[in-house]
Design a protein. Structure first.
Length: 176
């Protein structure tokens, strides 16, 4: 990867449309065969962008959104903050989302976003980071395992269009 072409920066309100497009394309690419196709086909970048704008404008600063620009174009997004145990935030960190434009898979953008999230949460004083990943998403699981995350045995039921899509939890110690 040519680091001169990649910039990780805080997300702005103006990025919401592009972030939504990346997230929807990411779901449609990565979750094909794992999530009902009817659900993937019904996803809307416009609706997702509206949700991002609302969350962004009403945020309390505890959730951090960053984007990855590749040659000046937003090609990835990550979101992280305190770990959520139901509606309760705990003293650990959580990677809520990380998505890369499918045209840029394998370029190191996802790794750079993950490193930034781990660095940020370490700097904020968190000792470990959790994330949830679809149990059947072998590619994502390998990605996180290469970055030092380990499945801790926790599973959570997740349902999409009436179809169970189980998630597994991963954790990694954050080293200062």
């Amino acid at each position: 990867m040519d680091d001169d072409r990649l910039l990780i920066r805080p997300m702005t309100l103006a990025d919401c449309d592009r972030v939504a497009e990346i997230r929807v394309r990411g779901w449609q690419s990565a979750y094909r065969g794992l999530v009902p196709q009817s659900y993937l086909d019904a996803m809307s970048a416009a609706r997702d962008a509206d949700r991002h704008r609302t969350r962004f404008e009403q945020g309390d600063g505890s959730v951090v959104d960053v984007v990855a620009e590749w040659d000046g174009e937003v090609m990835g997004w990550a979101c992280h903050g305190p770990y959520r145990d139901g509606e309760v935030r705990t003293g650990d960190a959580e990677l809520y989302a990380i998505y890369v434009d499918p045209r840029r898979y394998g370029t190191g953008i996802g790794q750079a976003l993950l490193r930034e999230a781990m660095w940020n949460r370490t700097a904020a004083g968190y000792g470990s980071m959790y994330l949830w990943v679809l149990k059947g998403n072998a590619g994502a699981r390998r990605f996180y395992e290469r970055a030092g995350f380990e499945a801790d045995g926790a599973e959570e039921p997740f349902e999409t269009d009436g179809v169970p899509v189980p998630e597994v939890r991963y954790v990694r110690t954050l080293n200062p």
